[in-house]
Design a protein around this ligand. Structure first.
Ligand code: ATP
Ligand code: MG
Length: 210
């Protein structure tokens, strides 16, 4: 590879809870794009989930640490948890640029469902200048993906990269429902995350424990 700038992947999410879909996606992107590491960044207040009840950040952060600890290329950053207000990705990109300097290329890893919403993200034009996006395929959101990328014009062509991965029909929403219904989540989340969820009795009722 001729460009020897540092290349870092960013896996942002609510991670409520983190599941193997997130981990498989992050590892696939790391390898495909020759990234040195992947920073998992749990959102404090996801802007698109303002009306929804989400689990307190300390649980989501700890589960993310547990899920990623066996991969030496994965790290967890509390950068969005330390900021007040909605967790806008553009603010994170600006903060990361300050920390890592101009010689680092950032690859924001985004499932196809999130890519379909990208036009509504805060300061999306600036965000696309600051970093690359890797749009990974996800069941239910594959068909419109090329069109959405195309609609971003030159910026989309140069800064949004589609990566087809084996489709994983796994979501945190489904996991929360399974727990509420008393169904198994074995092998959908790492074992230590499953144990943590049981120990802390997460997702069992509509009211989240603190
Ligand atoms: P929820 O159902 O609560 O929205 P989720 O499974 O979508 O949870 P998020 O934390 O919202 O998980 O997702 C973080 C990022 O990971 C998003 O970009 C999302 O598109 C991506 N992602 C999550 N699950 C998958 C999957 N199975 N395949 C591809 N991308 C995924
Ligand atoms: Mg989601």
């Amino acid at each position: 590879m001729s460009d020897n700038r540092q290349r870092i992947g960013i896996m942002g999410g609510t991670f409520d809870p983190i599941h193997i879909g997130h981990l498989v996606v992050a590892e696939a992107v790391r390898i495909e794009y020759h990234l040195e590491k992947i920073l998992f960044i749990p959102a404090a207040e996801p802007p698109h989930k303002q009306q929804m009840q989400i689990t307190p950040a300390q649980h989501r952060y700890l589960m993310t640490v547990m899920a990623t600890c066996s991969n030496p290329h994965f790290q967890v950053s509390p950068i969005e948890l330390e900021r007040q207000g909605p967790s806008y990705t553009v603010d994170t990109a600006i903060a990361l640029r300050k920390i890592y300097g101009t010689d680092t290329m950032f690859y924001f890893i985004t499932g196809a469902d999130a890519v379909l919403e990208l036009a509504s993200w805060k300061d999306i034009d600036l965000l696309l200048e600051l970093c690359h996006f890797v749009a990974v395929t996800r069941p239910g959101s594959v068909e419109q993906l090329n069109e959405v990328i195309h609609n971003f014009g030159t910026q989309g062509k140069e800064h949004i990269h589609r990566l087809d991965i084996p489709l994983l029909d796994i979501s945190s929403t489904d996991i929360r429902e399974r727990i509420k219904d008393g169904r198994s989540i074995k092998y959908i989340v790492p074992e230590n995350v499953e144990n943590y969820i049981l120990k802390e009795r997460l997702y069992q009722n509509s009211a989240f424990p603190i």
